[in-house]
Design a protein around this ligand. Structure first.
Ligand code: MRU
Length: 347
């Protein structure tokens, strides 16, 4: 039976502030933080208070709207200088998810076209609000398109969190799962823990439970075992950046899941809105974020590795196109060969 689910709203503009679900507190507390200036927004993005490619993009766009509010500019030129400063601070927060750069550039382009001060001030917030609505709309579209791929009773594995909490609301990969549920299909989800930041256990398990969708948690290391047992019928993940060639950058560990899916002939799908596509870069141009050593050597405050051990902590990896069955977008499902079919998809 179709269900009307009560969605988590991850990012919102309210009373001239940006409201964010504080994802560092989940799953134990569902609380919002209020950002009143753009530096607080930049800090929230860096500290993963808000995370997930589309959510970061829209939050940063609202950050520019806060910069407009803070500005004491008396001329259009002065405002553009203030906006440039905020733009540079916000774009330096995280390097891999392309939505951040896409969103900031889109808002700046609008502001640059304004002819007078008050027009520039208005278009920045208008554009950020528009992007926030478009994000939910794109997720619903992807959901409607992707839901058709599922059969009743499937067990779907997802990695990291590509849900409401990674977008403004509804989600990309989890949006497709939500839509399949809303259309009456019974699905169970297997969520990987997603070491070291645990987006799978802290966020995906939380939001699916919140929406009454059946979810089981497994350690990242159990993916091969579960696939070998035939316990998984499909994989669906989100993306931080999709290149025109079909190379997908997503949370560290996605590549291993894709290799295992290929080995066990489990279809591997990516759900990503066009705002996550980077039409310019080549695989070697993309900067993979290296995060703090503490994320690996500590669990909470407790140290779990010897002092002075060398640590690598890349936050993302790249899955090559040959391991991907299809990429679900708001315009349709992109099938291989991706580069050729992307041109047709974009018309
Ligand atoms: O480091 P994070 O939590 O921002 O990484 C998030 C991911 O890798 C998600 O899978 C991705 O952004 C898809 S969001 C719909």
């Amino acid at each position: 039976m179709a269900r009307n689910l009560h969605l988590l709203l991850t990012v919102a503009w309210k009373n001239n502030s940006v409201m964010l679900i504080d994802q560092t507190k989940l799953p134990n507390k569902l609380v919002y933080v209020k950002c009143k200036d753009y530096k607080e927004v930049a800090d929230a993005i860096k500290k993963l208070v808000v995370r997930g490619a589309p959510a970061i993009g829209v939050t940063a766009a609202f950050g520019l709207a806060l910069a407009v509010q803070e500005s004491k500019a008396k001329t259009l030129q002065e405002l553009m200088t203030d906006l440039d400063t905020a733009f540079n601070t916000l774009r330096a927060t995280r390097p891999t998810a392309v939505n951040l750069f896409w969103a900031l550039e889109r808002v700046m382009d609008k502001a640059k076209k304004a002819r007078v001060l008050h027009e520039a001030k208005k278009v920045v917030l208008d554009e950020a609000l528009k992007m926030s609505e478009e994000d939910i709309h794109a997720n619903r579209q992807m959901g409607a398109i992707g839901a058709k791929l599922f059969r009743d009773g499937e067990v779907v594995l997802t990695h990291c969190n590509a849900g409401s909490l990674a977008t403004v609301a509804y989600g990309t990969a989890l949006g497709v799962i939500r839509a399949a549920r809303e259309s009456g299909k019974r699905l169970s989800v297997i969520a990987t823990e997603t070491r070291p930041v645990m987006q799978g256990s802290r966020l995906t398990a939380f939001e699916l439970q919140h929406d009454g969708i059946d979810v089981s948690l497994i350690p990242d290391t159990a993916v091969g075992h579960m696939m070998a047992k035939g316990a998984i019928s499909r994989v669906i993940v989100g993306a931080d950046r999709v290149l025109r060639t079909g190379h997908v950058f997503n949370k560290i560990g996605t590549y291993q899941v894709a290799i295992l899916a290929n080995r066990h002939k489990v279809p591997f799908y990516v759900a990503a809105p066009l705002s996550t596509f980077d039409f310019e870069s080549s695989p070697e141009d993309v900067v993979i974020e290296e995060r703090s050593v503490d994320e690996v050597v500590k669990v909470g405050k407790k140290r779990i590795a010897p002092k002075r051990v060398r640590v690598f902590n890349p936050a993302f990896d790249m899955t090559p196109p040959e391991l991907i069955t299809g990429i679900i977008t708001e315009r349709g499902v992109l099938m291989p060969p991706f580069e050729k079919n992307l041109k047709a998809l974009l018309g």
